[in-house]
Write a protein that binds this ligand. Structure first.
Ligand SMILES: Cc1cc2nc3c(=O)[nH]c(=O)nc-3n(C[C@H](O)[C@H](O)[C@H](O)COP(=O)(O)OP(=O)(O)OC[C@H]3O[C@@H](n4cnc5c(N)ncnc54)[C@H](O)[C@@H]3O)c2cc1C
Length: 284
């Protein structure tokens, strides 16, 4: 197996252009498992860990450009106050060791429907910045996930960063697993209230071939919320929101849970997270 360890971003892009089948490795928390279990044997590995700029983030406009190599631990520590939904999701990833090594870039590269960063990225309408020697483009999160473990990248592209607005209202994330930690989501849900635009963002995880938004639920609840004089939410509104979120999913039965259970769990998580987020909005 060939092993490339570029020191600069331009060198990495040049290697990827010349060797499109070279597999990038960031934290290695997905890739090393696959190599150890012989799930794949790439002809070449492209180690991105020497490229300092991938580990940087910066404030841009009303949000952030976060390098693909920023770890979950740093997202929690350094960006948690501005990106609460993503930080909540990051706190549920693996163990401290995994959060120290694992990156959102790697989660996007793997594009597993169960990846925990996807629901908050969808709810916040984040964009993924990908690059190649041909140039740079930004892909909305809702267009990035193309199928089970497939994303919208071309073979010569690498993930440089993601762009995400600072929270303009309460955000929530909930995940169901068979235990509290070190668990792949049976299903998960991300929610972002956007009082500035009177809209609500959602992200459904592990309940369809790709992470996806619950568009009908978003439209329904944005029209129901009384943003200017926020009172308690009626139970019927919470229940309907939960139903619409569950309807957006197309889950399967698998070792982690049945499709019926996933739909039910999603409706409960949607109701609860909306209740928590709305209470927080009313208090502030
Ligand atoms: C014990 C354990 C627990 C885990 N728990 C969770 C969990 O709770 N939630 C969860 O979501 N995940 C979990 N994971 C999976 C993994 O930690 C995450 O998917 C993590 O985000 C991967 O990041 P990484 O930097 O380690 O990626 P890597 O393993 O380095 O790469 C993952 C994929 O992304 C590609 N890639 C990496 N960087 C780039 C780039 N810049 N451009 C293009 N492609 C790139 C790689 O080629 C590979 O296909 C767990 C893994 C382990 C081993």
């Amino acid at each position: 197996m060939e092993f490339f360890k570029p020191a600069t971003w331009s060198e990495a892009l040049a290697i990827k252009a010349e060797h499109p089948d070279a597999t990038p490795i960031a934290g290695g928390t997905d890739i090393m498992v696959e190599l150890n279990f012989d799930v794949r044997r790439p002809g070449a590995l492209l180690d991105l860990t020497e490229i300092a700029e991938l580990r940087e983030w910066s404030a841009v406009g009303d949000g952030f450009r976060v390098g693909s190599g920023v770890s979950y631990a740093r997202i929690i520590e350094e960006l948690g106050a501005s990106l609460p939904g993503l930080a909540m999701a990051a706190r549920t990833v693996g163990s401290p060791q995994i959060r120290n090594r694992g990156t959102v870039g790697g989660n996007l590269g793997a594009a597993s429907p169960a990846g925990d960063s996807h629901p908050p990225l969808l709810a916040a309408a984040a964009e993924i910045e990908v690059a190649s020697v041909r140039g740079t483009r930004r892909i909305p999160a809702a267009e990035f996930y193309k199928g089970v473990k497939r994303n919208a990248m071309e073979p010569d592209e690498l993930i440089a960063a993601f762009h995400i607005a600072a929270a303009d209202g309460p955000q929530q994330f909930a995940k169901i697993g068979t235990r509290n930690a070190m668990v792949i989501a049976v299903c998960s849900f991300g929610l972002a209230l956007h009082p500035s635009t009177r809209t609500v963002g959602t992200g459904v995880g592990s309940a369809a071939p790709t992470p996806r938004r619950a568009l009908d639920a978003e439209t329904f609840i944005a029209a129901e919320l009384e943003w200017d004089s926020p009172g308690p939410l009626r139970d019927s509104v919470l229940v309907r929101f939960g139903e619409l979120v569950a309807q957006a999913a197309s889950p399967i039965d698998d070792v982690r849970g049945t499709a019926d259970y996933r739909r039910h769990a999603l409706s409960v998580m949607a109701r609860r997270t909306l209740g928590w987020a709305w209470d927080s909005y009313r208090r502030n």
